[in-house]
Design a protein around this ligand. Structure first.
Ligand code: SAM
Length: 257
């Protein structure tokens, strides 16, 4: 995969991109990440990337010319998702990360100030992504969040391959609790089943914990998670009546009686 990031603050990136899994993925050749300074596509002496808004009001707007020039130079005729980070975009989630991880190339545009000139959004951008319902000072941190979530899904990026498949949200549920040594810490014991060495029992326990945790913290997720009849029965016994995800009708939601 290749990722291009357009920003007026390229110095924000090296630390994040050159650490841990993101670094390892690049070292292994799974992804090439290029961070570009938008100012390199300006034509004036002051390398201006923003200007005052038409119609007045406070704040500055990012000019369209450098952004169009940068994207057109980098992509040429290639059809690539051009992603604008914006609090007005679709709220990012694991499903979106999985879809982006299938792409061969991605380009991210990081906004600043009051955002980008609307013509960028209308005529250049193919997707708009928000990382949550709050406003950041710029798109750089949002781009790093999305890039991290995508790159860790590339085959070979994680030390333990199955981790991504077992993570919260990958299965539609939250992941259950984890423990490591010591077996007893300040009198608090690691559950016996995890020390039993009995793989089937461990898997069953983990699945139940995952269901419990999702029911307690994010019952909204249960409507989208593929569940067995036994699991639905267990949830009903806990007082959860649905809706449930219906595999037969693909992503349709229905109350299962
Ligand atoms: N005036 C804009 C609005 O109300 O939609 C907000 C501009 S914000 C201060 C500056 C830039 O930060 C945005 O252009 C965007 O690139 C980025 N940004 C802010 N919040 C974000 C979020 N939740 N997700 C993704 N990007 C965000």
């Amino acid at each position: 995969m290749r990722i291009d990031i357009l920003t007026i603050f390229p110095d924000m990136f090296p630390c994040v991109l050159n650490t841990s899994i993101l670094k390892r993925a690049q070292d292994k050749g799974l992804v090439e990440i290029h961070v570009w300074n938008l100012r390199d596509w300006t034509t004036d002496k002051h390398q201006t990337t923003d200007d005052t808004p038409y119609g007045g009001g406070g704040g500055m707007i990012m000019k369209p010319e450098p952004i169009f020039a940068a994207v057109e130079t980098l992509l040429g005729e290639e059809k690539v998702p051009v992603i604008l980070l914006t609090p007005q975009g679709r709220v990012f989630n694991q499903e979106m990360a999985q879809a982006l991880a299938q792409q061969e190339r991605l380009l991210f545009i990081c906004g600043r100030y009051e955002g980008v000139d609307e013509r960028v959004r209308e005529h250049l951008v193919t997707e708009e992504i928000s990382i949550g319902d709050y406003v950041l000072s710029g798109g750089e941190l949002a781009a790093m969040v999305v890039v991290d979530a995508v790159v860790r899904l590339l085959p070979g990026a994680l030390g333990y391959e199955r981790a991504a498949a077992e993570d919260s949200h990958a299965t539609g549920l939250l992941e259950g609790p984890h423990y490591t040594r010591p077996p007893v810490f300040r009198g608090w014991e690691v559950p016996e089943v995890l020390r039993s060495g009995h793989h089937a029992r461990v898997a069953q326990w983990r699945r139940l914990q995952s269901l419990k945790r999702t029911l307690e913290r994010r019952p909204d997720l249960l409507a989208r998670a593929p569940l067995t009849q036994e699991e639905k029965q267990w949830l009903r016994e806990q007082g959860y009546e649905g809706p449930y995800y219906d595999e037969n009708e693909n992503a349709d939601l229905r109350t299962d009686n």
